[in-house]
Write a protein that binds this ligand. Structure first.
Ligand code: SF4
Ligand code: SF4
Length: 391
């Protein structure tokens, strides 16, 4: 296992254990199976375990496993505050106490504001006193490092990143998503500030494992002998700005394979040829896309606040991944921000089209995208969720 450093110079395994996808049995987690998998990873050197308050049964399961095996002091726990459920400082206290009890610990190594998509969410937390709360928990030693996990656009990520002295951040990132969410720009900005970056969705929820046949052929022809998953993971480890790559492992085989890659991959090992191979693979995946938007953002900002590349990315996800995935991503990254950025807000001024290097008929495509991404039930669900979140 290889290790990279956090801000305090502590060694974190480059492979982190994502504890959201344990095998379930009966009404809960199959604890014995999860224990075998966790301990296999631990024996192979994994020391970073990522969970969250809202992952069903996960905090309690790993708390029990670490206690049973007496390894709490040898590993790092990252868990998260469901900030979208928080309306008061008392609520933060109550949830945190519950998390410590579930995890059977007196201290959380990395505590992250969960699922931040927008600057407004961070501002709301500040209003209920999160800054004092963090300072107090750090003073008492109940929290060692503070961070946030992020799913919004690049601009908001950079604003939040620069608004506080974070110890860590977590972003969705993979070779197909270099320009979406925090993206490469966000990764590099965090690393430039010395903030460790934890990567989630390194294989885009498995989409970079089950590739279209022509893309699989490109990988096979490369002569590297790496599996599709290994290509995705090695692309991340190649970047020294990446600190930990999370994998939601739920079989011993997966643990073994991921640990081997994490042991062998090196930062800076990718050649120009390797990059060309992955660019060609991405192009093959993109052949299924509806809009040839590269995410360059030359069309932004839109005077009506439309997230143009965000809307097109979600529209394309409907065809590359699944309808529901595209719609879910649209609700999450475009709809659940304080100022929504729906394609339907477009008034057709045409300013964006003058700047698009791809010459896209942006206005026409936005209409098409919004219709597909937000059928009536989704409109209603987003409306209700917004009322709850921004009450
Ligand atoms: S045409 Fe629509 S999307 Fe483009 S800049 Fe004008 S309002 Fe924004
Ligand atoms: S300028 Fe064109 S290609 Fe670039 S993000 Fe905007 S719509 Fe996409």
């Amino acid at each position: 296992m290889q290790y990279r450093k956090d801000r305090a110079g502590e060694a974190l395994s480059v492979l982190g254990y994502g504890c959201m996808r344990f095998t379930r049995k009966g009404g809960g987690i199959d604890l014995d199976k999860a224990e075998r998998e966790i301990m296999a990873a631990y024996e192979a050197g994994v020391n970073y375990f990522d969970t969250a308050y809202v992952y069903p049964g996960s905090e309690a399961a790993i708390g029990e496993i670490f206690e049973r095996n007496r390894i709490r002091e040898k590993i790092k726990i990252a868990t998260k505050l469901p900030q979208y459920l928080i309306g008061s400082r008392e609520a933060i206290d109550r949830i945190f106490r519950e998390e410590l009890a579930r995890l059977r610990t007196t201290c959380v190594d990395y505590y992250l504001m969960h699922h931040v998509t927008d600057v407004a969410m961070w501002e709301k937390l500040k209003k209920v006193g999160i800054l004092d709360w963090i300072a107090e928990k750090k003073r008492s030693g109940a929290i060692r490092n503070i961070g946030f996990s992020y799913h919004g656009n690049t601009d908001n990520f950079l604003t939040i990143l620069n608004d506080y002295d974070w110890d860590i951040c977590q972003i969705q990132y993979n070779y197909f998503d270099e320009l979406s969410q925090a993206g490469t720009a966000g990764l590099r900005a965090a690393a430039a500030k010395g903030i460790p970056v934890v990567i989630m969705e390194p294989l885009r929820g498995g989409k970079l494992v089950d590739l279209p046949q022509p893309a699989m052929k490109l990988l096979a022809d490369s002569g590297r002998g790496w599996s599709s998953a290994e290509w995705g993971l090695r692309w991340l480890y190649d970047q020294p700005e990446v600190t930990v790559v999370l994998s939601g492992m739920n079989s011993l085989e997966m643990v073994r394979e991921n640990c081997i890659v994490a042991d062998r991959a090196r930062a800076g090992e990718f050649t120009a040829e390797d990059r060309r191979t992955l660019a060609a693979v991405s192009a093959k995946i993109r052949e299924k896309e509806k809009v040839g938007c590269t995410g360059c953002r030359y069309c932004m900002p839109c005077p009506r606040g439309v997230d143009i590349p965000g809307a097109f990315r979600c529209y394309n996800a409907m065809f590359i991944e699944s309808k529901s995935q595209g719609r879910f991503q649209y609700a999450q990254t475009v709809g659940l921000t304080k100022e929504p950025a729906f394609a339907s807000q477009c008034i057709g001024c045409g300013k964006c089209e003058q700047h698009c290097p791809q010459g896209l008929p942006i206005r026409e495509k936005l209409k098409e995208a919004d219709r597909a991404l937000r059928p009536l039930p989704y409109k209603l669900a987003i409306h209700v969720a917004r009322k709850f979140m921004f009450r």
